[in-house]
Unconditional design. Structure first.
Length: 409
């Protein structure tokens, strides 16, 4: 072909599907690169966080001691309401407030409320180390001057836990905790709390030895659970025995003969309490004590429930919409005899509870008296006992064989 015609010859036009194929290849390559990059970034962050945790436990003095304690404890549960990163610890920034979440005293609601209202929250600004299911570590008992406790009338605490741990309600537990053998045995033995507080606490331990195939007779199992003397139970029954005395043991000194409440460390601390019956008022008064607003927390703090909606098996839209009265088992009744027996067995718990009320810096005189009046309605003898007297002894310590014989009548 003559060269004269070459400039007029053009390449044939490509068909549309060639362009679509090219674009598809470019998009696929880009998408693949994006996925790979995202995977690498996630892996790097995860490894970095794990590395930081390990470094913190081994290099920071405070965390090292806490880490060592956790390693020794068979069932540790440690929670920081305010997360301190490694740099803060290395710069000397430390928490200034300890919080002890005593079971069945509204502790989860307290934690959620503190974290929810963050603006002008003087409590949160202190930096909080929180404990639940285990007593405070000695390193923090020594380090921290300010301590906050969630508390509740001791009889009402037991009532709440009886419903919380009842096998009939277990289906609706949010934590999906499996039923435990001792739990099943206990509730088979005693269909109601009143039955447990009357027949269970007064009958001799040998009186029902053959009623169940468990390791203990019914009365012995009940008494050991209430006293925290069963070493192999899990979270379902743990709140019975892990009460005020358990969590405050690092702060208290108790003589071997059962003399109660001779405190050493507790007197050196600034104590604040959040009463389950007056949660909003107490949180606001504590906020004021740390220089915050007296009206930070609303008049009604939503109660955080441990159960799903019984009708839909779903979490309620409003956290306070589901109450215990919608569960299959809600019987809280206690006869006068049952209350008297529970007061007897909870005598030592009551004395520690009274000490917290008495030392609470955020309670006015009338607020203290209100809680003591409520306690006296249930347990007049235990409420009137001079628990600060080192010579005072709860009757249970004077009757060493009561677990076998039952409460004296």
């Amino acid at each position: 072909m003559p060269t004269l015609f070459l400039p007029f010859i053009t390449k044939p036009e490509k068909k549309p599907y060639y362009k679509l194929k090219k674009r598809a290849l470019h998009f696929g390559s880009f998408l693949l690169l994006f996925v790979v990059a995202a995977f690498i970034k996630i892996s790097f962050v995860s490894n970095n966080e794990n590395g930081n945790n390990k470094t913190t436990a081994s290099t920071t003095p405070i965390r090292r001691q806490l880490f060592q304690r956790q390693q020794k404890d068979a069932n540790p549960y440690y929670l920081n309401l305010v997360e301190f990163d490694d740099q803060q610890f290395e710069n000397g920034t430390q928490p200034h407030l300890g919080y002890v979440h005593i079971g069945k005293c509204g502790g989860v609601s307290v934690e959620r409320a503190i974290n929810r209202w963050k603006s002008h929250n003087a409590i949160l600004q202190q930096g909080i180390v929180s404990y639940h299911l285990m007593p405070p570590a000695e390193v923090y008992v020594t380090l921290l001057k300010h301590w906050m406790f969630s508390i509740r009338d001791p009889i009402e605490r037991i009532r709440s836990n009886w419903i919380f741990a009842h096998p009939q309600n277990n289906k609706y537990r949010k934590d999906h905790t499996e039923l435990e053998p001792l739990q099943l045995q206990l509730y088979r033995c005693y269909p109601s709390l009143n039955d447990a507080a009357t027949r269970g606490l007064t009958f001799p331990a040998s009186s029902e030895a053959n009623n169940n195939n468990g390791s203990y007779s019914c009365p012995e199992l009940l008494r050991r659970v209430f006293m925290g003397d069963i070493s192999k139970y899990g979270p379902q029954l743990i709140h019975y025995g892990r009460g005020y005395r358990y969590y405050l043991e690092p702060f208290l000194k108790t003589t071997n003969n059962g003399t109660t409440n001779s405190s050493i460390i507790l007197d050196e601390k600034s104590i604040y309490v959040v009463r389950q019956e007056h949660m909003e008022d107490d949180l606001n008064s504590i906020n004021v004590a740390f220089g915050g607003s007296p009206k930070l927390f609303p008049k009604k703090i939503h109660s955080i429930d441990h159960f799903w909606d019984t009708k839909t098996d779903q979490q309620p839209k409003h956290m306070d919409s589901l109450r215990y009265d919608s569960l299959p088992y809600v019987d809280r009744y206690l006869s006068p005899e049952g209350i008297t027996n529970l007061c007897w067995i909870l005598c030592d718990e009551i004395q520690v509870y009274k000490q917290l009320l008495r030392r609470a810096k955020n309670l006015e005189k009338d607020q203290y008296q209100d809680s003591m009046t409520r306690l006296a309605e249930h347990c007049p003898n235990e409420a009137a006992a001079a628990s600060d007297n080192n010579n005072y002894q709860c009757p249970m310590f004077l009757s060493s064989d009561w677990i076998n014989t039952g409460i004296p009548t």
